[in-house]
Design a protein. Structure first.
Length: 315
């Protein structure tokens, strides 16, 4: 059994990889861990893959996955999770801003303290305060409020997981920011946090642009909706569709009664007529969206796929 699998997603980080590999190796040897390091090259255009091949020749604990093109960090993590064999899985970025010296404490929190997931908290950061720190605080506040998970830094790349967690979740799109939320909704409740060292970038530049801020909020909305209503879309669309239709219907009845009371007053002259018409149309569309979503969900291949922790007396 391998103690630790370290997953390193990377894109154009050929300068930092040799130093990172030496650092991880030193930490593992000092603590007598059995380990593997899975470096996932997310379609790099520099010499990252050649460097990974060179490292793997020197140390067979290092393994690699190379994407044919750039798919994003979530895809890289998902492939790393599928390949991981260690009882504890640790993720870290390849830019040397995450310290491998944190690995022993993270491992202890999973194996000894019993956490399902431990997220790093870069309490002191070296990023630009306006372009990264402030938006990050807004994202984390929104994620805490919507998920109920009390973490300061959801997007920290340095995290540790019990193996069961990474084998139970699917990371896609740009959902890597909200892996703790995915873990919670998969039934893993013991989620902890550890203050970790954040180091200034030594090589290259950040690979994430300003679009990540917009995508982050959109992904939070997506994951919240799918987790709650993915298997029962009619409960969302049907509820609000029925509510809109009912409001429009009531307004219509009031207008019709008013027409009988005041027969010479034009029915379509009132703004309420158009409000009622719009509400009824929107309500019908929402209800139909829920109905179609329900048909898709009931015919999906994973409609009866559930995460089972244990079985007793069953083969």
């Amino acid at each position: 059994m391998i103690d630790i699998s370290v997953i390193v997603p990377l894109f154009n980080e050929d300068e930092s990889l040799p130093e990172l590999a030496e650092w991880i190796t030193r930490v593992m040897k000092d603590n007598n861990f059995t380990y593997e390091v899975i470096m996932v090259d997310d379609g790099s255009t520099d010499d990252s893959w050649s460097v990974i091949e060179s490292i793997a020749k020197i140390n067979t604990n290092f393994k690699g996955i190379k994407f044919q093109r750039n798919y994003g960090k979530s895809a890289a993590l998902n492939e790393g999770f599928k390949a991981a064999l260690g009882s504890v899985v640790i993720t870290m970025d390849a830019d040397l801003q995450d310290s491998p010296d944190e690995i022993p404490d993270l491992y202890k929190m999973i194996k000894t303290d019993g956490f399902d997931l431990v997220s790093g908290w870069k309490k002191k950061r070296f990023d630009n305060k306006l372009t990264k720190n402030l938006p990050s605080k807004l994202f984390n506040a929104a994620a805490r409020r919507s998920s109920g998970i009390k973490l300061h830094d959801f997007n920290c790349g340095l995290k540790a997981y019990n193996k069961k967690v990474v084998k139970s979740i699917e990371v896609y799109g740009e959902m890597h920011r909200y892996i703790p939320v995915l873990a919670k909704w998969a039934g893993f409740r013991k989620i902890g946090e550890k203050v970790v060292e954040h180091r200034a970038r030594k090589f290259g530049v950040t690979k994430f642009g300003l679009e990540r801020f917009v995508n982050g909020f959109l992904d939070l909305g997506t994951i919240s909706f799918i987790s709650r209503f993915g298997k029962r879309p009619m409960h969302f669309f049907g509820l609000y569709g029925s509510l809109c239709f009912f409001i429009g219907f009531v307004i219509s009845i009031v207008l019709i009664i008013n027409k009988f009371i005041h027969p010479f007053q034009g029915l379509t002259n009132s703004p309420l007529f158009f409000i009622a018409l719009t509400a009824m149309i929107i309500g019908m569309q929402l209800f139909l969206a829920g109905f179609i979503g329900e048909l898709i969900a009931r015919n999906g291949a994973d409609r009866n796929k559930y995460l089972i922790e244990q079985r007793l007396g069953l083969d």
